[in-house]
Design a protein around this ligand. Structure first.
Ligand code: KG4
Ligand code: ZN
Length: 353
């Protein structure tokens, strides 16, 4: 089925704990967009997969209806559907995938599968037409930390990734250690404001004196050692009854260490590729300290591209936009399409260091 000039794409996202739908006309016209965060997980200090799947199931109809109502459209006006098929929580993904497959079949409209992390790359372009390749991309979410060179959409040269915890996971785990609510990233950022980020020197994993370009960990990340260092520090502060007084300073010191690791590795990618445009995507890219430090170290002759927080966190608009890209390339999902918790990143190749 061929595609109209500026098709109306319905994007659906249910990979983790946000149920979201968007109605996108062409590349930029976001006519409707609803994001429903599941607060049920706050009680448990992290996402409970079974509860996430149930919550998606209960709300997906209403979320799609609300997005269509914002757009002043009905489901029949939609020209194509795009849905996140992975990576993510399998039960959660299946809700969106089943919904989209059924709707596409009933409406006889084309359907396209979207990779969640590729969708994060498309967040910034919805607001900024200049957020186009080539760029160095740092994708930082609750499940992934990827550093890549993107010469063009669809071609992703992986330079580095995390060897253990993802960046967002580290924010969430450290927040838990410090007694802040889930999700941890925004809580740590808030607590850090006005606190002393230099008070507790914490390790910068995979950044060593004498480390050379070409070393196998030159571009890679690791966050579990940093989390352990915070756990040890918290234990020491508890013993002296000083955790309460120092909590915000620990949060700020952790944020500084995490941001330093992310920015240092990204600047290495800038040097390697000679590409002075950096695109930040994923939930952690909402962090203001990260954005500011990246811009400061890149300097005025470079450009840091990122989306507003709403489009940095999980959302249906980025899925619709990534889906449009895939639809324009002629991709269509068949009846065999399904959710895949470990879906490989399409077009990703490992670049030799
Ligand atoms: O992309 P995202 O919404 O969902 C996943 O794909 O995982 O990212 C969620 C992650 C969580 O770990 C959350 O703590 C983190 O992004 N996050 C932040 C901030 N806002 C969200 N981390 C640091 N600073 C923030 N302001
Ligand atoms: Zn995400």
């Amino acid at each position: 089925m061929s595609l109209l000039e500026d098709p109306l794409v319905l994007g659906l996202e249910t990979s983790c704990d946000e149920t979201s739908a968007a109605v996108l006309r062409g590349r930029f016209d976001l006519l409707g967009h609803v994001i429903l965060s599941q607060d049920v997980h706050e009680v448990y200090g992290g996402v409970v997969p079974e509860l996430a799947a149930r919550a998606h199931l209960q709300r997906v109809d209403d979320v799609v209806d609300a997005a269509l109502a914002q757009a002043g459209m009905g489901l029949h006006d939609v020209d194509a559907l795009a849905v996140t098929t992975g990576p993510g929580l399998i039960g959660a993904l299946l809700v969106g995938v089943s919904w989209a497959k059924a709707a596409a079949f009933a409406l006889e409209r084309p359907l396209v599968a979207v990779h969640h992390m590729e969708a994060h790359l498309f967040g910034p372009v919805l607001e900024d037409p200049e957020a186009e390749p080539p760029f160095v991309a740092l994708l930082v979410s609750g499940g992934h930390t990827l550093l890549m060179h993107v010469p063009e959409w669809g071609r992703y040269e992986l330079l580095g990734e995390t060897r253990d915890d993802a960046a967002g996971e580290a924010f969430d785990k450290v927040a838990k250690l410090l007694g802040y609510p889930y999700p941890g990233g925004p809580a740590i950022e808030r607590a850090s404001r006005g606190a002393d980020a230099g008070r507790f020197p914490l390790p910068r994993p995979m950044i060593r004196p004498g480390q050379r370009a070409g070393a196998d960990d030159w571009f890679d990340f690791s966050f579990s050692g940093l989390k352990t260092a915070v756990a040890t520090l918290v234990g020491t502060l508890e013993e002296t009854n000083s955790l309460e007084r120092e909590r915000a300073h620990v949060a700020a010191s952790f944020q500084e260490a995490a941001v330093d690791a992310l920015v240092t590795k990204t600047m290495r990618a800038v040097d390697r590729t000679r590409c002075r445009r950096i695109l930040l995507g994923g939930g952690v890219s909402a962090n203001r300290r990260l954005r500011a430090e990246m811009a400061a170290r890149l300097g005025p002759d470079g450009r840091v591209l990122f989306a507003s927080p709403r489009l940095s966190l999980d959302n249906g608009a980025m899925v619709a936009r990534a889906g449009l890209f895939r639809l324009e390339r002629g991709e269509r999902a068949g009846a065999e399409m399904s959710a895949d918790a470990g879906l490989p990143f399409p077009g990703l190749t490992r670049r030799r260091h």
